[in-house]
Design a binder for this molecule. Sequence first.
Ligand SMILES: [Zn+2]
Length: 267
Amino acid sequence: MFIIFGTRSYFRTQKTSQRGYCGHCGQFAKFKSWNGMNFFHLYYLPVIPLGRRQRTHKYCNKCNMTQQFDPDTFNALIHELKENSANAVLALREGEETIEIDAAASTDALSLLEGSVDWFYSSNDHDFNQGILAQLNHPQCRYAEAMLRAYIRTMEGRLSHAIDDYAAAIQASPKRHIAYSRQANLLIESRRVDEAITVYQAGAKVAEGLPDELAIQIFLAHHLMNRKRFNEANKVHDRIVLLHPPMMNDKQFAKAFHKARKKATNT
Ligand SMILES: [Zn+2]
């Protein structure tokens, strides 16, 4: 079916594109951002301009979801994020992990920076991101610097570099499981499944007993099944059911569970 009418933005400026995991569909996707004027169009001809220019933020190529902002609102948001980022960098350089944005709650400094560099990237301010990385080049923040560098390289689509950065983060702080999960996810995107499995296994060990262990084990089991590594999958399934018995109510999981049981040779 041809779409003969709808809305579309024209006269696009400040265009950027980046990669990463979509907050709507969860897939590894390509996102485009731009300022543009929306027109109602008919047979591909723009006919009626609909209001003023809008910033389209991270239009996902997998699910077509996006956010739209008035450009002034968008710029004010970027300005605020820059101030908060500067404070987060200072905190990390002083060996602190959290900052207080408002008096009510403290925020994880690295998470704030990851969220912020994503916005700066989408607004084409790559220099600001490089400036943050340069300021994190400090003995106190090796882990944060490697994590943030990996995040930026992921947005650039340079996955093999991002994978190396996560390795550096793991080396700097081997007891934090987040870098393992992130690295394994990117290895999966790069079709390096057996390497990913090894990293998920290491991450699951580090996260043992923590709430995040379950998710890591579920991903691990899924990829072990894909690789027909049934003996290992069988053991991981047992661990998953121990951690979260209702998993057996999930049809897909139960099917994989029984298949691994049947195929495993050393139970
Ligand atoms: Zn999406």
